[in-house]
Ligand binder design. Structure first.
Ligand code: TMP
Length: 202
């Protein structure tokens, strides 16, 4: 069996997906697979600059439409500079978030902007992961965890619990609509339990 080469982790803020992405990348490396672990927004120098614009400051700093443009610009740079070169070099790419985050965060939370998200994606990105782990988690616990981190990148956590609940339903719907590439993971367990379930997909 050939391993899918572009793998993403998705979920609400504080769902533990960053830890799981890192652990899965380490697991693949230990098996001898060349891996690039990356993240969005960010993952390339230009996209990391855009990340700062997006994740700091007032929650109302950007309209939803401007946000879609900024996330898409960051993703395009990430694809050009990091993801595509790594895949071309035969490496496996593990990304902490990708386009599904825009579909859910921007497409389903502030009015129905999903058609706009889909159009921009088709025009500028036109790439889906081979495999996506969607970590599902109780938003109350996830939000406590996310805010406890005090990362200074809390613009989205600052929208509060109802926002996180909408996100959770968005991710669940997305996983059900894309069973060919999405694996839904119960995140309400220990990190070790989750990591071993995910590792079984390697
Ligand atoms: P992180 O906490 O996983 O690093 O993600 C940063 C925040 O950016 C998180 O609150 C989700 C948000 N985000 C979007 O709203 N749209 C996107 O397309 C991406 C990639 C992230």
């Amino acid at each position: 069996m050939t391993l899918p080469r572009f793998i993403t982790f998705e979920g609400i803020d504080g769902s533990g997906k960053s830890t799981q992405a890192r652990r899965f990348a380490q697991h693949l490396q230990a098996q001898g697979t060349g891996v690039v672990l990356t993240r969005e927004p960010g993952g390339s120098p230009g996209a990391e600059d855009i990340r700062k614009l997006l994740l700091t400051g007032d929650p109302d700093r950007w309209s939803a439409e401007t946000e879609i443009l900024l996330f898409t610009a960051a993703r395009r740079d990430h694809l050009e500079k990091t993801i595509n070169p790594a895949l071309a070099a035969g490496k496996t790419v593990v990304s902490d978030r990708f386009a599904d985050s825009t579909r859910v965060y921007q497409g389903a939370t502030r009015g129905d902007l999903r058609p706009m998200v889909d159009q921009l994606h088709a025009l500028m990105i036109a790439r889906e992961p081979d495999l996506t782990f969607v970590i599902d988690m109780d938003p109350v616990l996830a939000l406590e965890r996310g805010l406890a981190r005090k990362s200074g990148e809390d613009r989205f956590e600052d929208f509060g619990l109802p926002f996180q609940e909408t996100l959770r339903h968005g991710f669940l719907a997305l996983a059900h609509a894309n069973p060919n590439r999405c694996v839904l993971i119960d995140g309400n367990r220990t990190a070790d339990q989750i990591a071993s379930e995910i590792a079984a997909h390697a």
